[in-house]
Design a binder for this molecule. Structure first.
Ligand code: UD1
Length: 415
């Protein structure tokens, strides 16, 4: 198994190009299943999760052509509606295929999805939404069969603004008979990107970004081309890494509006940030001020940035408090930070971080994607060498992270 070897203590300096968003690209790729015509997707990140999603589409009978960050998908020959269990287990977002397959084939067979173990992550809201659209759901030994004669518009209220449930219901309802109201929806920018993609191929959806999405079902789609939005979590991760290493970097290809809470929190640590159109420069403070963070659905502070900030705050000049409100088990990486000398106590959903002068390089193991980003960040700022294993979790979501960090002056190798 390969690891990252990092010689810490080097300032990040230079420019980094932010890739297309993983969390926008995955549902958009799934959404192509609704459309028998060709879809072209640009700015799609080259990461493991995208490869798995494309692999599932090929198994279902689609033709996929990939050239760097541009993907063309032809679903005209789709001949299956069963998602293979091994691939379903590899990735949580595979569940988003269900809404698309219900829309296209009126049937989908699947098992419970896998993915990072950061909480129980049930799919009850997805299934409840499908039921209200007229889908019959039969579950036997963990194998779920969803089917319907036709999908019918409904008035659906989510118990919680779940990103995945919002997307899945949008996909299925886009071809339902009549109008669907989806209330208390997630407002993440990736939802708006999915709406834009679907409307670009002929859907009739409004409201993404607000509390209620209104979907008027359509019966036909047409060829389409779409450019995926920049990855706001990748952008935020490099910003935290710059501050952690007392560096000075420029991010290219970003949407600064999507990272406004991250920018706000980094300014509170003392970082100087200048935003220009689609790029941003950051200059780290000499001393990192401690801050308090609570994760919340968008536009609140993103849970996907929680671990990177916790790692950064482990060398702040005082005590910080981080509260995780979205996932109940998202502090697993903290034990590894403690091995590197961090002083962090976790009580339930709260981490109390007492800043130390410096972390020390150590052998640590990644257990989830964003926790992995936190450990790489810790390795970059620590004294001495760190060996970080479990890097397959990280490579699920960060395109060319080793090359990008090397270009910024980090001493990191994959061995
Ligand atoms: C998506 C993102 C993930 C991000 C998360 C929250 C993708 C591919 N992944 O995940 O990176 O961390 O949003 O911003 O876009 N829940 C239920 N029942 C359900 C669905 C969700 O109880 O049917 C709970 C979850 O366990 C969790 C909370 O709702 O506690 C939020 O989950 P959700 O917004 O659905 O996250 P994902 O779509 O899985």
């Amino acid at each position: 198994m390969e690891s990252y070897i990092i010689e810490g203590g080097r300032k990040l300096d230079g420019e980094v190009n932010i890739s297309g968003s993983k969390n926008a690209a995955l549902p958009i790729i799934a959404a192509t299943l609704l459309n028998p015509e060709k879809s072209e997707i640009e700015n799609c990140p080259n990461i493991h999760d995208v490869f798995i999603m494309l692999n599932i589409l090929e198994i279902l009978g689609c033709k996929v052509h990939k050239e760097n960050s541009k993907i063309t998908i032809d679903t005209s020959q789709i001949n299956d509606y069963e998602i293979p269990e091994n691939l379903m287990r590899e990735m949580r977002s595979s569940v988003i295929l269900v809404g698309a397959l219900l829309g296209r084939k009126h049937k989908c067979i699947f098992t419970y999805p896998g993915g990072c173990e950061i909480g129980a992550r049930p799919i009850n809201m997805h299934l409840e939404g499908f039921k209200q659209l007229g889908v019959e759901i039969v579950e036997e030994y963990g194998r779920i069969t969803c089917s319907c004669e036709k999908l019918k518009g409904a008035d659906i209220t989510l118990d919680f603004p779940s990103v995945g449930a919002t997307e899945n219901i949008m996909l299925a309802s886009s071809v339902a008979e009549g109008t669907t109201y989806i209330r208390n929806v997630a407002r993440e920018p990736e939802i708006k990107d999915l709406q834009d993609f679907l409307n670009g191929m002929g859907a009739n959806i409004i409201g993404a970004g607000s509390n209620t999405i209104i979907v008027k079902g359509v019966s036909q789609f047409h060829e389409t081309s779409h450019k995926v939005i920049p990855d706001r979590i990748e952008a935020g991760t490099y910003l935290c890494m710059a501050v952690a290493t007392h560096g000075n970097i420029v991010l290219k290809n970003i949407n600064s509006e999507h990272i406004s809470t991250t920018i706000h929190k980094l300014r509170q640590t003392g970082a100087k940030i200048e935003v220009h159109k689609n790029e941003l420069s950051i200059c780290a403070p000499k001393l990192i001020s401690p801050i308090n963070i609570k994760t919340l659905p968008y536009p609140g502070f993103p849970t996907d940035m929680q671990s990177q900030f916790t790692a950064l705050l482990s060398i702040a000049n005082g005590t910080s408090i981080v509260v995780e409100n979205i996932f109940e088990n998202r502090f697993k990486y903290v034990n590894e930070l403690i091995r590197m000398g961090a002083n962090i106590v976790v009580e339930g959903r709260t981490a109390i971080i007492q800043g130390v002068d410096t972390l020390k390089g150590a052998m640590v193991e990644i257990k989830d994607l964003r926790g992995g980003a936190a450990l790489v960040l810790a390795g970059l700022m620590a004294d001495g060498e760190s060996k970080i294993s479990g890097i397959h979790y990280l490579e699920r979501g960060y395109e060319n992270i080793v090359e990008k960090l090397q270009l910024l002056g980090a001493k990191i190798e994959k061995k």
